[in-house]
Design a protein around this ligand. Structure first.
Ligand SMILES: NC(=O)C1=CN([C@@H]2O[C@H](COP(=O)(O)OP(=O)(O)OC[C@H]3O[C@@H](n4cnc5c(N)ncnc54)[C@H](O)[C@@H]3O)[C@@H](O)[C@H]2O)C=CC1
Ligand SMILES: O=C([O-])CC(=O)C(=O)O
Length: 328
């Protein structure tokens, strides 16, 4: 049996937390041979702490063989102590009529504090996934607030967008979703994101050629993927939770255990490639192996794509400017 690893989850009593923790504890994220210690953070309010207690009782009641320990706390330095993985979910969600960036100033302070706490007490190799919105800029804030940790280990979740795009493409082309490869979602987790299937294949053949519908791409597919979060809020009255938790599991699992040669989308600090300034947390295609992700390099950027990639970049730069005063 492997030694247990420590997985910190913030916002553990929230709706994503409730869909996420049980799957981590059952081995779906890190493997069926990897024991985990869950270190869960919630707000210091009585209601949040009581709800967290309830979640911990239910985790116990599952008798997961891989669950080697559970810690519930309102102190970030307890939750992140020696953490090997940190899933930063805890943040306010948007409601109907809001954009994710409307949450920026309210949620930003969470990520300066949690970045600093990770910097102080987490494992030096901690792998961080930011889910709380606006996810890219919150990941940027956490990364900048943790100067002693490897910036490459701060990532934002665009996997839900990637998975949404896969399903839309599979429906349109009438192919099984699992047969589609080489999809990318560039940029920000916001309506400006650019889902790009120019390179996508189905059983090795071009999906773009098979669909062959530029109008559908520009006027249906791209906006539909970009606004899917809002459509879920409209339908449910609450933002996506089960699909968000599922995407978080996919993101971490592929990062840690490898993507099997397949492209997946991760929001990662830019290395300057594709005309994205260094350090901006931007969705790019990566392949992961042995716990390390590598960008897919050298993809052609045509005029349509350049315009789309620059638009989402401009929004990220605007968000970054909006939080610069918090970062000293
Ligand atoms: N990146 C993505 O694809 C997605 C991101 N999200 C975002 O994830 C976040 C969480 O969503 P839900 O679970 O639905 O919200 P929720 O409101 O159900 O749960 C959030 C939980 O976080 C806790 N929390 C708030 N501030 C905290 C802090 N400083 N430390 C620890 N815990 C804290 C709250 O008490 C609450 O229990 C939201 O910002 C939402 O917009 C949601 C779906 C997809
Ligand atoms: O739309 C929201 O606010 C929640 C979210 O990020 C998503 O579902 O993509």
């Amino acid at each position: 049996m492997k030694n247990p690893v420590r997985v910190a989850v913030t916002g553990a009593a929230g709706q994503i937390g409730y869909s996420l923790l049980f799957r981590i504890a059952s081995g779906e994220m890190l493997g069926k041979d990897q024991p985990v210690i869950l270190q869960m953070l919630e707000l210091p309010m009585e209601k949040a702490q009581a709800a967290l207690k309830g979640v911990m009782m239910e985790l116990e009641d599952c008798a997961f063989p891989l669950l080697a320990g559970i810690i519930g706390t309102d102190d970030a330095e307890v939750a992140f102590k020696d953490a090997d993985f940190a899933l930063l979910v805890g943040a306010r969600p948007r409601g109907p009529g809001m954009e994710r960036k409307d949450l920026l100033l309210e949620n930003a302070k969470i990520f300066t504090a949690q970045g600093a706490a990770l910097n102080k007490v987490a494992s030096r190799d901690v792998k961080v996934l930011v889910v709380g919105n606006p996810a890219n800029t919150n990941a940027y804030i956490a990364m900048k607030s943790a100067p002693d940790l490897d910036p490459a280990n701060f990532t934002a979740m665009l996997r839900l967008d990637h998975n949404r795009a896969l399903s839309q493409l599979a429906n349109k082309a009438g192919v099984p979703v699992g047969d589609i490869e080489k999809l990318v979602v560039w940029g920000n987790h916001s309506p400006t994101m650019y889902p790009d299937y120019r390179f996508a294949t189905v059983n090795g053949e071009s999906l773009k050629d098979r669909i062959n519908d530029a109008d559908w791409n520009a006027n249906t597919f791209i906006p539909q993927v970009g606004k899917r979060g809002a459509a879920i809020i409209e339908a449910r009255g609450l933002s996506s939770a089960a699909s968000a938790a599922n995407a978080a599991i996919d993101h971490m699992r592929d990062w840690v255990l490898g993507s099997d040669g397949k492209w997946v989308t991760m929001g990662v600090p830019s290395d300057g490639s594709y005309g994205i300034p260094e350090g901006i947390i931007y969705g790019v295609p990566v392949i992961s192996e042995n716990g390390k992700y590598t960008r897919v390099e050298g993809l052609e950027v045509d005029d349509f794509s350049r315009a789309a990639m620059d638009k989402t970049l401009a929004e990220l730069e605007e968000e970054r400017a909006g939080v610069a005063h918090l970062l000293g």
